[in-house]
Each structure stands twice: as C-alpha cells, then as structure tokens.
Design a binder for this molecule. Structure first.
Ligand code: ADP
Ligand code: MG
Length: 568
C-alpha cells in the first residue's frame, strides 16, 4: 500500500522535458514548428548565449485566445489531435501536446499571443502563472529564459556555446529550407545569421540560407510514383562536405532522419565522391502519412517509411544519372579556361553561357548552364538518333539539343502563361465522375476541395466517396481531362500542405511533358529550326521543367582545345 503515487504535475513535466527538450536547439525547433502549425508566414528567431540565457520565437500565425493560451501550457493539451484518425496521421510529426509545458517546466517562459481580438501575456515561472493583457497583435511570441536553470544535470550536459549555436542554426536552416513559403529571420546574439524571403522558391531559400555558391551548384530533380513524390536538389561533387549534416531530408516539410535513405543517397554518389566526403542534398519527400511508422526516437525524428526500399532504389538509380548529365553541362574545362584565357580571346566566344561575375569570383566552380546567358541564334544542322538536334551558334560553338526536353520547356512556359492569365472555367467535354477509395475520400476535406477550386477545378459530392467534376480550367481541355483531374486530386489528397502554385506547376509540367514531342521522332530541318527558335524565346531555355538540361554546348575554344589546336 502507498507505493504507487501520482507524479505531481511539475515533476511529470520535467520528465517529459527530458525527452522533448534535450538542448537549446530542441526548444527552437519545437517553438518554430508550433509557429508553422499556426500558419505563420513570417517567423523571427533570436537566441542569446547559445540559447542558454534567452530564446525568442515570434510569429504572425493565428495566435491563441486566452483560454487556449492557458490550456496550451497544460500537458497533453493540443489543438492538433481531435480524433483517433488524426492521431494516427499526425503522431509522426510529434504532436503530443508536450512541448510547451515541458519547456516551461525547465525555464522561465513568457507567452504573448493574440488572435487579433484582445491579447494575452502569460508568464510561467516554476509553478506560478501570471496572466495579463497584451497588445492585440495577431500572432505569438514565446520567450524562453534561463533554460535548464532548475535541472543542473541537463545544463552540465550541454556542449560548448559554439556547438549548441551550430545545432540551433542547423535546426532553423532545415525548417527554413522545408518551408520556402515562410519568411524566416534568425539572429544569434543580435547578429543576423540569415533571412529568407518566403517567396516559395526553394533554390532561392537555399541561397539565402547556405549562400550563392551552394545554390549555384545544385542540380534539381523530381520524381513521382503512386507511393511518393520526391523533389529537391543534388549538390555537385564540388560542394561536398566532410560530414552528413548537409544531407537534408524533409518529409512533408519536416526534417527527419532516415538512415537507410541517407545511405542510399551516399550510394548514389559513389562514383562521384571519395569515401570521406558527403554530398550536400535536399530531398523533399511527400508521402501519405499513413505509410509512415511511429517515431523511433521522439526528438531525433528518426522515422521509418513503408516504401523505403522502393525509394532507396529510385535514389540509387536516379542520382548517378542526374550527376552524369550535369557533368556534361557543367563543364569544369570552361572554368579552367576562364581562369587562364588570355585577354585577346573574346570572352563571349568561350561559352554561350556567360557566368555572372559572382561565379567568376568564386572560380574554380563548374559553369552552370543558363547563368546570365547570351544567346542570339542557333542554326539547326542535323538530327542525331532522331532525338538530338545538332546545331551551331553564332559564336562558333557546337550545340546538341534534346528535342523532347526542349519541347517540354516550350510547352511548360506556354501553359504556365495560359494558366496565369486564364481563370476561365468550362464544363468537361464528357461527364466526369471521380471515385475515391474510402481512405482517400476521408482525406479530401473541405479545405482541399477549396484549394482545388482555386486551381479551377470544381468538385461536387455525388454519392458515397464519389465526386462529380462540374468545372475544369479551360486550358485543361488540351489535355486528357480525366487524367488531369485524377492527377490533381491524387496530389491534393497525398500532400500534407496545400500548395496551389506547386500543384498547378506540377500539373503544367506533367501536361507539357505528355503533350511534348518525343524522342525517336524524325524532324524536318524546318521543324528543328522552329523548335530551336521557340526554345530560345523561353525564359529559361536551358532546362526542362524537371530540371534536365535541354542543351549541351561545346564552345569553339573547347573544340580547338580538344583537337589540340591551341597552345593551352
Ligand atoms: P503540440 O504542438 O503537440 O500541439 P505544444 O505543446 O507544442 O503541443 O503546443 C500546444 C498547443 O498550443 C498547440 O496545439 C497550439 O494549439 C498552441 N500553440 C503553441 N504554439 C503556438 C503558436 N506559436 N501559435 C498558435 N498556437 C500555438
Ligand atoms: Mg508543438
């Protein structure tokens, strides 16, 4: 008798804190994830003394009213799990309603929040909670001071300021890269570490977080199958690192640790990197959360994914293919030539693709095709394997063009322009019913139907798990309507977050691919010339919408060099 006691609240929070709050970076991560969950579009993060004395996370999210704010500090209070089904979908993302009370139990926490109507300021110091009014500025600011002041063992376990600061930078970097639509600003001891624009462009975010050199040496990739969609960037071997920290995997936007996938990426780079170097990669993985297994470790976010073997296989095959293609495009020879080229050689004749000054300053780096390109005219000469067009440029270069990739680029930009300018909806040519599996129908909630509507697709319920498509965007007419609609519905169901622009872009990319001229197709000289002219008129003539190059260039200088007609 009397052996079993209920832990008091403060003590059980401290025990939970041991799991959730290991170090300052875990506090930063939990707080920023809450801001993201609250749909913030702008998040400011500041840490002082490696997060030991102060961490501030300020967001413009939806905020909390007073009752919710008080509740948020209680254990297992979460607004994110309402049904058992939610629990199943969501548990892998760590919604357990534990973060705020855990952090509050090992620090002095101040929470200021408002939904726009009235505002609340709560100070939680030890077990005392004081509640005051605050300005009605929509959003939330959480200040965590003197972290671990009451848990000396934790404090002792912390590493050097530099290590803890680096860990915070890593956490915030990953969150920023995973959320290019959110503008992040991160300061360490009042010095700005990075700011991101939140414009939704992941490559731009990479540049803002990791710098221009990293961004310039990234090869985009994308692949999708019924079980998952992947996209992201493969760092060229030149920017490889000595550790694995730059191998970033984002599952539905959240940084996760997947050792097997990491191993598969390293395997994919095997022929391109020495053993001691690790690639810089960003892998965005979109999956149905029900295919994801429970956390192996709650704070490290190590996860298992039931289609992991398939994903591994895709990566191991895709990575070397992409890198091989790029090694042709990004020609290290050019950068050597640039450096040694004597003045009398007109720079423009060295390459069609003039690198910008920043790149020259950072030489030797492979030239990335398309950087500030100057292309006037290409003349079609012949067709090779019914797949490539052999052309010459006014600068004397030999250029090979992939006819399918070129057509894809042209169509992509054409459709994009149409989709942008026309919101005109029409009824499908034949009545269109979309029948979903019950598991999928549950996922197609109101917000997703609204998001589809914004892409020009109107669905009306039509019996159990069935929808009638009453309206489609006019430009979808040029496509197999059913395939287009099913593709979009499938995407919206399986994406965690609804990203209309990406959705539309993806639809357009798929559409331009399907409708494009294929390889193994004979072309007349006129057709080839027309394709080239149209390609050169596009905004980004150097790659197809999936990031593969459309053309490969051998400058006159390189040809001379290969034939050893030059002195260097
Ligand atoms: P969880 O994120 O698992 O729900 P937390 O302890 O991290 O648990 O947060 C508890 C609750 O507090 C959240 O479910 C949310 O409703 C609310 N909350 C926390 N941070 C914010 C924020 N920045 N903006 C709005 N609501 C927040
Ligand atoms: Mg949380």
């Amino acid at each position: 008798m009397g052996k079993i006691i209920l832990l008091d609240n403060a003590l059980s929070n401290m025990i939970a804190a041991g799991e959730v709050v290991e170090r300052p970076s875990s506090v930063v991560k939990e707080l920023v994830e809450n801001s993201l969950d609250a749909k913030a579009t702008s998040i400011q993060i500041a840490i002082h003394d490696a997060g030991r004395t102060k961490i501030v996370v300020n967001d413009n999210g939806e905020g909390m009213d007073r009752d919710d704010a008080v509740l948020a500090l209680k254990r297992h209070a979460t607004s994110k799990i309402k049904t058992e089904f939610d629990l199943f979908r969501i548990k892998t993302l760590g919604f357990r309603g534990e973060a705020l009370p855990s952090i509050a139990s090992v620090s002095k926490m101040t929470l200021e929040t408002s939904t726009g109507r009235g505002g609340t300021k709560i100070q939680a110091h030890e077990d005392n909670i004081t509640i005051n009014d605050a300005p009605a500025r929509t959003g939330t600011t959480i200040t965590v001071e003197e972290l671990f002041y009451n848990t000396p063992a934790r404090l002792k376990y912390l590493k050097s300021d530099q290590t803890e600061t680096s860990s915070c930078i890593e956490s915030v970097s990953r969150l920023a890269i995973g959320h290019p639509h959110v503008s992040f600003s991160f300061t360490v001891d009042d010095k700005v570490v990075f700011k991101t624009s939140g414009r939704g462009d992941q490559l731009e975010t990479i540049m803002q977080v990791f710098g221009a050199t990293s961004a310039k040496n990234m090869v985009p990739f994308a692949y999708s199958c019924p079980d998952f969609t992947i996209s992201g960037f493969l760092g060229k071997p030149d920017i490889a690192k000595s550790n694995r920290y730059y191998m970033i995997t984002l599952m539905n936007g959240r940084a996760v640790y997947m050792p097997k996938i990491q191993a598969a990426i390293i395997e994919g780079y095997r022929d391109f990197l020495p053993n001691v170097r690790f690639p810089f990669t960003i892998l965005n993985l979109k999956v149905d959360p029900s295919l994801v297994d429970v956390n192996v470790h709650p704070s490290k976010r190590e996860i298992r994914f039931s289609k992991e073997d398939l994903l591994k296989q895709v990566l191991v095959e895709m990575i070397p293919n992409h890198l091989k293609q790029t090694s042709l495009v990004a020609q290290p020879i050019i950068s050597n030539i640039k450096k040694t080229a004597p003045d009398h050689i007109d720079n423009a004749s060295l390459s069609l693709f003039e690198p910008n000054t920043e790149y020259v300053a950072n030489a030797p780096q492979p030239a990335v095709i398309g950087d500030g390109a100057i292309i006037a005219k290409l003349r079609a000469m012949a067709q090779l394997h019914f797949t490539y067009i052999v052309a010459t440029s006014h600068t004397g270069a030999l250029v090979l063009i992939d006819q399918h990739a070129a057509a894809e680029r042209i169509n992509y930009e054409k459709f994009q322009a149409m989709a942008k300018t026309s919101t005109y909806q029409v009824t499908p040519l034949v009545p269109l019913l979309i029948e979903l599996k019950p598991s999928e129908a549950r996922l197609l909630d109101e917000s997703k139907i609204t998001a589809l509507e914004e892409t020009g697709l109107t669905l009306v319920p039509f019996g159990i798990n069935t929808y009638q498509v009453t309206q489609i965007p006019i430009w979808a007419r040029e496509y197999d309507e059913r395939q287009y609609v099913e593709g979009l519905v499938d995407q919206i169901i399986h994406l965690e977050k609804i990203d209309i622009l990406a959705l539309r872009d993806e639809a357009i990319a798929t559409k331009s691919c399907k409708r494009s001229l294929k390889a193994n197709q004979s072309l007349s000289m006129t057709e080839m010339q027309k394709l080239i002219d149209d390609l050169l008129k596009t905004e980004n003539p150097f790659s197809c919408p999936h990031g593969r190059p459309t053309m490969i260039e051998f400058s006159q200088y390189e040809l001379e060099k290969m034939f050893k007609r030059t002195g260097f």
